[in-house]
Design a protein around this ligand. Structure first.
Ligand SMILES: [Zn+2]
Length: 387
């Protein structure tokens, strides 16, 4: 039960969230021709400047814009970044009006309300409360509204080229829990090489598709092995085949077959481990069968992340949440998040945000009580972390 939300102007928070949901910011890399983040970034810039923050917008690619504002501290304190992505997924399949936010009870409906304009607004409302209350801090607070998290994360990637802070909160929806770990993933192309020949020339032809069958069986065996190693927060790693292609015509032995594989990594695993795993798999298959020839390539990689719940930012979130009436859990996530890009720079980063339903779905809403709670908790965390 949430009991209080000190210093947070709830009506102003709802107005801000409605404003952001009304702005179409569908990711154009997911939906060709979609709006992108320029308009919402401009809104954020104006909002931050109006509160005395030093805000800038940066166009990373045409129409793909970050808005970043800094509330300067007096110096000598620790700096905290509140990061939220401004892009959303598409809206074609939605059964509510995506850009006409409606409030019913404690739910606010609309695309991006939960993923993750609600979380971004919680962070903004926290900073708003700090400014309104005239609280003097030594450390800087950074609000980063970043583009493209739903596709390739060019926003946070660009931001972290030169952003240095002492900790970061990414306001993704976590049901008011503190997410300290999540999985990574690798996309891998595997190609088997056969020998093209007339369909009757069984002594000459080598069937690249049949050879890929051995790879598939190997991946299934690998999956069983991976399931034996359970990470306490995110469970086991996994591997699955995603797309397969090969062959030219019925009467010809296929000389090539390509399999696209996805491997999900748990904290503690890295790119090198995946390289070794693939090398070992293909090596053992070629030892069993001299006609087996294959190679692989990792085409995209995002690492896993994990920080200790003992980190100051985790401790403060936990303590302030309890004070505000909610006992949070330290959790892990199976999906990859921008947190990892920040973590990769040696900065403690957590995901922490409200509850909702229908992320990427037909009916999306955020629980406003949890948005107020996230705002109240972050305001108190800022006061202590940046003191
Ligand atoms: Zn998100």
């Amino acid at each position: 039960m949430i009991t209080l939300s000190t210093g947070i102007d709830e009506a102003r928070l709802v107005k801000l969230l409605k404003d952001l949901v009304k702005i179409d910011s569908v990711n154009p890399s997911l939906v060709p021709g979609a709006a992108g983040e320029a308009e919402i970034a401009e809104y954020l810039r104006e909002w931050m400047n109006a509160r005395g923050m030093k805000a800038t917008v940066t166009e990373i690619e045409p129409g793909r814009v970050n808005a970043v504002g800094v509330l300067k501290g007096s110096g000598g304190g620790k700096s905290l970044m509140l990061n939220g992505h401004t892009d959303t997924v598409g809206v074609d399949y939605m059964t509510i009006d995506p850009f006409d936010p409606k409030v019913e009870g404690n739910k606010l409906y609309g695309r991006g309300s939960a993923d993750m304009k609600g979380g971004l607004v919680a962070s903004m409302a926290a900073v708003d409360a700090i400014i309104e209350q005239g609280i003097e801090l030594r450390g800087d607070i950074v609000i980063a509204g970043v583009c493209d998290e739903e596709f390739a994360s060019i926003g946070t990637e660009h931001l972290m080229k030169d952003m240095r802070v002492d900790a970061a909160i990414v306001g993704e929806p976590t049901d008011s829990n503190i997410q300290v770990a999540h999985k990574g993933f690798a996309w891998i192309d595997v190609v088997t090489h056969g020998f093209a020949a007339h369909g009757s020339a069984y002594k000459i032809g080598i069937d690249a598709i049949a050879k890929m069958g051995h790879v598939l069986i190997g991946l299934e065996a690998l999956q069983s092995i991976l399931e034996e190693d359970q990470h306490q927060l995110v469970g086991p790693g996994s591997v699955h085949a995603s797309i397969i292609s090969g062959g030219q015509e019925l009467s010809t032995y296929p000389d090539k077959c390509k399999l696209e594989v996805e491997r999900r990594l748990i904290p503690g695993e890295n790119r090198e481990d995946i390289e070794i795993e693939m090398q070992n798999l293909l090596k053992s298959l070629s030892e069993d069968d001299p006609k087996f020839k294959a190679d692989y390539e990792i085409t995209f990689y995002r690492g896993p992340m994990e920080i200790s719940p003992e980190e100051e930012i985790c401790r403060l979130l936990q303590e302030e949440s309890v004070k505000n009436g909610v006992e949070p859990r330290f959790v892990g996530g199976s999906g990859w998040m921008d947190t990892q890009i920040i973590y990769d720079k040696g900065i403690p980063a957590v995901a922490y945000g409200p509850s909702g339903k229908g992320y990427h779905g037909a009916v999306e809403w955020v629980d406003l009580d949890t948005v107020y709670h996230a705002a109240a908790v972050q305001a108190e965390v800022i006061k202590r972390f940046c003191a």
